[in-house]
Design a protein around this ligand. Structure first.
Ligand SMILES: *Cc1c(COP(=O)(O)O)cnc(C)c1O
Length: 407
């Protein structure tokens, strides 16, 4: 994207030059974003983009919402970080708030999804050593995504990940998603926990079956296994309830949150029920865990999102979006639309999702940002505050992008 030179300020260096200082991890479009408001991003050239990616489902309240800007400014002036060895009020308040909203009794804060998922595995192994004679194995699922640390790569079910950075941490077994018999087969005397995404986001917005989840809850209880739900992507209103486990009528033993709880800033949480509150002092920690700056944002996000009236609005917006996507499936000959709340996907008949993403980004005068976690699949994860008018505009842009990208 070229920028218009101004007489007063030097134009920013071309992205291709500036990018030379970055370690290469992925290929990004040339666009440099400079401003965000609600569902909209503006790039350096002044072009506006309607954003249905929202930082990968992290900006639950959209870009730069006033409640977060104010929480950050207020807390930044008071106290940034007294160290995790001391209490601070936002951390205590947010923990109480999350306990009050959920079936859990205890919270530990971290900064990323992978970090709290690691902590969940450590907690399970700790409990296994204490209560189950040293049982330590964790069963996860094909297609699962739990993060990018070495152990979470072992826990994830992405093809190729088990050998990419060998040697990998061991102690993980894989079962088939929505197949309870495969879980039973994977259980050994060493198994201590089952780790599940109730909706697999990265694998393509795959929903767990109601019956499967209920059977899994019964099975894990009967065999004395912890049921850990990874709600990093599904939690904090994304699926139309505070937590996605509510949709299944079960109560897990352990839950992890990240992405949406920070509304765009790095904040994550591990939650457990009282019997599993078994870390010894020194077992777990982290320099940034529970710092008041991020916790203050978490309080603002949770206080806004996890209210009945707000969640009811999310469900209405999700219905509106789903109906529009269903019409697109009919009109454009797609395979299906699916999702839970405002975590939704369109299944394409061909492997053209990356072309559609590029076509959507290139639309003018207004671009559309969507994401393709799989070659045949588009994922939509708008701000929970997106308006019906913005949804309608996004659907129109999506139709244009599909015509251009699938051609
Ligand atoms: C994004 C994600 C993670 C990893 O979170 P990071 O903050 O990137 O470490 C883990 N689990 C699920 C389900 C996710 O969607």
């Amino acid at each position: 994207m070229t920028t218009v030179p101004s007489l007063t300020a030097a134009p920013p260096p071309p992205v291709a030059d500036a990018e030379r200082a970055l370690i290469t991890i992925t290929s990004r479009p040339e666009t440099v974003f400079v401003d965000g408001q609600g569902s909209w991003l503006t790039d350096e050239s002044g072009k506006r983009h309607l954003d249905l990616v929202q930082g990968w489902a992290v900006n639950s309240l959209g870009h730069s919402p006033p409640v977060i800007a104010e929480a950050l400014a207020r807390q930044a002036r008071r106290l940034l970080n007294p160290s995790p060895a001391f209490h601070n009020r936002p951390m205590l308040d947010l923990a109480e708030r999350l306990v009050g909203l959920s079936c859990f009794d205890r919270v530990w804060f971290g900064s990323s999804g992978a970090e709290v998922n690691e902590a969940a595995i450590k907690l399970a192994r700790r409990w296994g050593r204490r209560m189950r004679g040293g049982a330590h194995g964790v069963i996860s699922f094909d297609g699962a995504f739990h993060g990018r640390t070495l152990a979470m790569m072992s826990a994830s079910g992405k093809p190729g990940w088990s050998s990419l950075f060998a040697p990998m941490p061991t102690g993980f077994a894989q079962a088939r998603y929505n197949d309870i018999a495969s879980v039973e087969r994977a259980i050994t005397p060493d198994t201590v926990a089952v780790m599940l995404e109730l909706v697999q986001g990265e694998a393509g917005v795959n929903l767990a079956d109601l019956g499967f989840v209920r059977e899994l809850r019964a099975l894990t209880t009967e065999r004395q296994l912890l049921l850990i739900v990874d709600e990093v992507q599904t939690g904090i209103g994304r699926c139309g309830r505070a937590f996605a486990y509510e949709l299944f009528g079960i109560e897990p033993d352990v839950m992890t949150l990240a992405k949406g709880i920070g509304g765009g800033v790095p904040l994550a949480a591990l939650l457990c029920r009282e019997p599993f509150n078994c870390f010894e002092p020194g077992d777990q920690g982290g320099t940034f865990g529970g710092n008041p700056l991020m916790a203050a944002v978490g309080l603002a996000v949770v206080g806004t999102v996890c209210r009945d009236d707000f969640l009811a609005q999310v469900r209405l917006r999700a219905d509106h979006l789903a109906r529009g996507m269903e019409a697109i499936v009919q009109d454009h000959g797609l395979v299906a639309e699916r999702g839970a709340g405002l975590l939704r996907a369109l299944v394409l008949p061909t492997d053209t999702a990356h072309q559609v993403v590029a076509a959507a980004h290139a639309l003018a005068p207004v671009g559309l940002l969507v994401n393709a976690p799989r070659p045949h699949l588009l994922r939509l994860m708008p701000a929970l505050t997106i308006t019906d008018a913005e949804i309608d505009q996004a659907l129109l842009l999506l139709r244009q992008a599909l015509r251009a990208g699938m051609a």
